[in-house]
Design a protein around this ligand. Structure first.
Ligand code: ACO
Length: 313
C-alpha cells in the first residue's frame, strides 16, 4: 500500500438554530446586513452542557460506522480544534475513550480554521508511512464558547459543529499533496483574546483582502501538486467564513459551471476547523459530488495559516 483515501465521512450539528432575526434582538444588526456582507442566514449553537468532545464523538462515530470499521481498527485519532476548553486529556483521547478505540495515538492539533486540512495531511502522511492503517481525523469547534455576544462584528459570524473523516491505507492516491504554510506578519489578524475568558477577535478587512488576494494561488498550487488544473475539479470546499470570499476566490479560478461549490456557510455560519469536513460531509451525504471525482479542500485562518489538498471523494 502506498496511498491513502477518505473511506467515510460524518458530521454533527447541534439542534438549536440561531437566525439573523433573533441575533438582531441581541445586538444592533439586521438580517439584511448579515446576508449582504457574509451570506450567512443561520448558524447552529450548542447547548450549554454540550462540549467539543460531544460533537467530535458524534461526528466520528458516524464516520466510523460509514467506513464499516471496528474501533480497534483505528490506529491514529486527531482532533483539529481551537476551542477545546479541556487541554488535558486531549479531545482526541476523550473521543477515543467514548468510542472504545483501545490503543490509537490520540492528539489534538490547533491550526485555527486551517486545522482540519492540516490534520488530514498529517494523517495521510502517517498512514502512507505505515504508522497507522486507519485514522480518524476530526474538526470540531464550539465557537459559541469564545464568542463575545455583545460584539456585533463577530457574533453574527460564528457557529458550532463537527465533521470527521476516516482515512484508510489504499493502493491508489485519494488524498493529494498538501499546499500549506503561514504568514506570521499577519499573526494578529485573527486571535482568541484572553481577558477573563478567551473570545474571538479579528481584523475582518485585513483577512478579507489577504484571503481574496492569496487563496487563488494556493488553490492552483494544490491542484498543480495533484497533477490537475482547477478546471479538472468536480468540487471545491473552502473554509466557510464568508460567501463573498468564496465567490471571489471561485471567480478568480475561472471554474467550469458544473463544479460544485460548497456554500454551507449560509446555513451553518463559520465553524472554524469544523467547516471543511462539515461542508464536505453534507455534500457527500446529499450525493452532490460524483463518486471518486477530484474535490479541492482549502482552508485558511488564524496564523494567518492555510492548508489545502485535492481529494478523491
Ligand atoms: N451589523 C450591522 N453593522 C455592522 C455589523 C453587524 N453585524 N458588524 C459591523 N457593522 C458595521 C461596522 O460597525 C461598520 O460601520 P461604520 O462604517 O459605521 O464604521 C460597517 O458595518 C462596516 O464594517 P466592516 O467591518 O468594514 O464590514 P465588512 O464589509 O469588512 O464585513 C466581515 C465584515 C464580514 C467580518 C468581513 O470583513 C469578513 O468576512 N472578513 C473576513 C473574515 C474571515 O474570513 N475570517 C476567517 C478567519 S477567522 C475564522 O474563520 C474563525
Amino acid at each position: 500500500m502506498s496511498g491513502s483515501r477518505i473511506a467515510a465521512l460524518g458530521h454533527y450539528q447541534p439542534s438549536r438554530v440561531l437566525s439573523n432575526d433573533e441575533l438582531s434582538t441581541m445586538v444592533d444588526t439586521s438580517d439584511e446586513w448579515i446576508r449582504r456582507r457574509t451570506g450567512i442566514a443561520t448558524r447552529r449553537i450548542a447547548a450549554t452542557d454540550e462540549s467539543v468532545t460531544d460533537m467530535a464523538t458524534a461526528a466520528a462515530g458516524k464516520a466510523l460506522a460509514g467506513a464499516g470499521l471496528q474501533p480497534s481498527d483505528i490506529g491514529l485519532i486527531t482532533v483539529a480544534t481551537c476551542t477545546a476548553i479541556d487541554r488535558c486529556p486531549s479531545i482526541a483521547a476523550q473521543v477515543a475513550g467514548r468510542l472504545g478505540i483501545p490503543s490509537a495515538v490520540a492528539f489534538d492539533l490547533n491550526n485555527g480554521c486551517a486545522g482540519f486540512c492540516t490534520a488530514l495531511a498529517c494523517a495521510d502522511h502517517s498512514v502512507r508511512a505505515g504508522a497507522a492503517r486507519h485514522a480518524l481525523v476530526i474538526g470540531a469547534e464550539k465557537m459559541s464558547d469564545v464568542t463575545d455576544w455583545t460584539d456585533r462584528s463577530t457574533c453574527v459570524l460564528l457557529g458550532d459543529g463537527a465533521g470527521a473523516a476516516v482515512i484508510s491505507a489504499a493502493e491508489d492516491t485519494g488524498i493529494g499533496p498538501v499546499a500549506w504554510g503561514s504568514d506570521p506578519t499577519r499573526g494578529d489578524a485573527v486571535r482568541l483574546v484572553d481577558d477573563w475568558h478567551p473570545y474571538f477577535a479579528q481584523e475582518g478587512q485585513t483577512v478579507f483582502r489577504w484571503v481574496t488576494g492569496e487563496l487563488p494561488a494556493i488553490a492552483r498550487e494544490a491542484c498543480h501538486r495533484a497533477g490537475l488544473a482547477p478546471a479538472d475539479l468536480a468540487g471545491v470546499v473552502t473554509h466557510q467564513a464568508n460567501l463573498r470570499i468564496i465567490e471571489a476566490v471561485v471567480r478568480q479560478l475561472d471554474l467550469p459551471e458544473q463544479v460544485v461549490i460548497a456554500q454551507d456557510v449560509v446555513e451553518s455560519g463559520n465553524t472554524s476547523a469544523a467547516s471543511v469536513p462539515l461542508a464536505l460531509s453534507k455534500l457527500t451525504a446529499r450525493g452532490d459530488l460524483p463518486s471518486g471525482a477530484p474535490v479541492l479542500l482549502l482552508a485558511f485562518g488564524g496564523g494567518l495559516s492555510w492548508a489545502g489538498q485535492v481529494i478523491a471523494c
